[in-house]
Design a binder for this molecule. Structure first.
Ligand code: ACM
Length: 531
């Protein structure tokens, strides 16, 4: 007799949608105080995660057991034909079995298992009267792309460590696997560098901040700052690694460097300048002397000790060439290196960092401006000014990550309503994120293989609190997860009902997402101008 009181797969819609999910023909399985969990050595990290997370939400001990007495079994089998990061999850009356292609696959299987429980499984303590019953299912799943990223700009507004850790948990919930941290910009330097302490002593705070994007600018008259110590970074990186997320650090050069120049004026072309308080693109950029290059090579060397990521981001975006045109040392560099112009000078600068990172076994990533003046041999391009940069780089045989503004910029407004808080950019609804296709049209199959994946970018000029961050990121990141994880057609009409149920999980996790109908009154920012 099938157990008619069991939930069905349809009651627990999965986000991102798996490759294959079929209801089982038995009843489901209910977790109890007696439920034990077995794990292959490579799956023990996921077991610890399950015990901690589901242990908290269900109040069940989920004790470790061996294969014979365990009702939840986690194992790794690279021979199961599941593909990198793939998994199979089977639930029947006897229990649940997760087989991963690798440790990451087991973890994603466990994330799916959590989604098969009631949304209360995302709370931090058990509520009375919840049945922890999994529906009978058979899921086979693997990601479409290997780079499923979110960039978080912690420079414009600092995001406290505890919030970064929580953000990592929310990415893991969506099977996203890259957290790109934009650690430096004109308005702040956010990571401790032992060799150059003034970067954070002087560069990690500004006297005030521009509010919104109106002209003339409005300022708040209130200091803003914050930075991560190297131990904070180690903690973030380890927390992310335990959730199969790689943290990709970005130090933005040679533009967007006012905070560094404030700390060490010899890095710039303009003498002493304040940490930026306005948003935008500014003429103050790094010089191109041997001293500046050595400084940044040392900075990157400290970075490499903290971040095991193969990919290291050097920025390269929005670097006006005005100061170099008038700089004696920049012009001398152009002559001595036989460069055609200032664009080639920027390429020369990036190439030097590419050589430095390549010698250390890492790979340079930069915004698509690094194409101008010639691409460094080892560079991976992050395409943001549309898809063109990605197309050009892929055709030239370089790897690319797609992050075009029109479908990836989560600082952009979520509706045309004047109630959107500080509305900027072009309209980017959850639906637009959902239906965007990462692989540009017109690439051959070989060229398309250079598309590692895609990411959404969360710029924080106008996101000054973690509450505001939740509003801008969710549920658009939930839609994005399906863009980069799920294979096959994507139809928003099919997704929306699943997304509505998924919001219950975000609700239980305490995420202050944007309701699909629009902002709650306290999520608006009356009177603050966007652009
Ligand atoms: C960028 O948005 N400046 C990469």
């Amino acid at each position: 007799m099938p157990d008619t009181s069991s939930p069905r797969l349809d009651d627990r819609p999965l986000v991102p949608r798996p490759d294959q999910a079929d209801p089982g023909d038995s009843g489901g399985f209910t977790l109890t105080t007696a439920t034990r969990v077995s794990a292959d050595p490579e799956a023990r990290g996921t077991r610890a995660w399950l015990q901690r997370e589901l242990g908290a939400s269900t109040g069940l001990p989920l004790q470790a057991g061996d294969e014979d007495d365990a009702r939840i079994r986690l194992s790794v089998d690279p021979g199961a034909g599941l593909g990198p990061e793939g998994y199979r999850l089977i639930v029947d009356e006897e229990g649940a079995i997760v087989v991963g292609h690798d440790a990451a696959g087991v973890f994603y299987g466990a994330q799916t298992l959590r989604q098969l429980l009631p949304a209360e499984a995302y709370r931090a303590a058990p509520l009375d009267g919840v049945a922890w019953t999994l529906p009978a299912v058979r899921v086979t799943d693997a990601p479409r792309f290997r780079w499923r990223g979110v960039m978080l700009d912690v420079a414009r507004h600092f995001v406290p460590k505890r919030e970064v850790l929580r953000f990592v948990d929310l990415l893991a919930m969506h099977k996203l696997n890259v957290l790109h941290l934009h650690l430096t910009d004109d308005q702040g330097w956010r990571i401790e560098i032992r060799r150059y302490p003034r970067l954070t002593e002087a560069g990690s705070w500004r006297t005030e901040s521009q509010v919104g994007a109106g002209e003339p600018p409005v300022f708040d008259g209130r200091p803003h700052g914050g930075f991560y110590t190297q131990d904070d970074i180690r903690e973030i990186v380890a927390h992310a690694a335990a959730r199969h997320i790689t943290v990709v650090p970005e130090i933005d050069v040679p533009g967007h460097s006012q905070a560094a120049i404030h700390a060490y004026p010899e890095l710039g072309e303009s003498g002493a300048i304040p940490v930026g308080t306005r948003w935008g693109i500014f003429d103050e950029v790094l010089g191109v002397t041997d001293g500046v290059l050595e400084f940044y090579e040392n900075v990157f060397d400290e970075l490499l000790e903290l971040f095991p990521s193969t990919y290291v981001h050097v920025g390269g975006d929005e670097c006006p060439k005005t100061q170099w045109k008038g700089s004696e040392s920049a012009q001398r560099r152009i002559r001595e290196e036989g460069l055609a112009d200032e664009d080639e000078l920027q390429s020369w600068f990036i190439r030097r960092l590419d050589e430095h990172l390549t010698r250390r076994g890492r790979r340079l990533v930069g915004w698509d401006e690094i194409l101008e003046g010639g691409l460094a041999p080892g560079a991976t391009v992050m395409s943001w000014r549309g898809q063109e940069g990605g197309v050009a780089a892929a055709r030239a045989g370089h790897d690319v990550v797609m992050a075009p503004t029109a479908t990836s910029y989560l600082d952009y407004k979520q509706s045309d309503s004047p109630d959107e808080p500080v509305p900027v950019g072009t309209l980017l609804r959850a639906e637009d994120v959902y239906t965007a296709e990462p692989v540009p049209e017109g690439l051959t199959e070989d060229e398309a293989r250079h598309v590692l994946g895609a990411q959404v970018n969360v710029w924080t000029e106008h996101i000054d609190t973690p509450r505001g961050l939740d509003y801008m990121v969710f549920p658009r990141a939930s839609a994005f997860a399906e863009q980069v994880w799920s294979s096959g057609e994507r139809d928003y009409a099919e997704f929306e009902p699943r997304l509505r149920r998924h919001l219950e999980r975000l609700e239980a996790a305490g995420v202050e997402y944007r309701p699909l109908e629009g902002p709650r009154p306290w999520q608006t920012r009356p009177g603050v101008r966007g652009w």
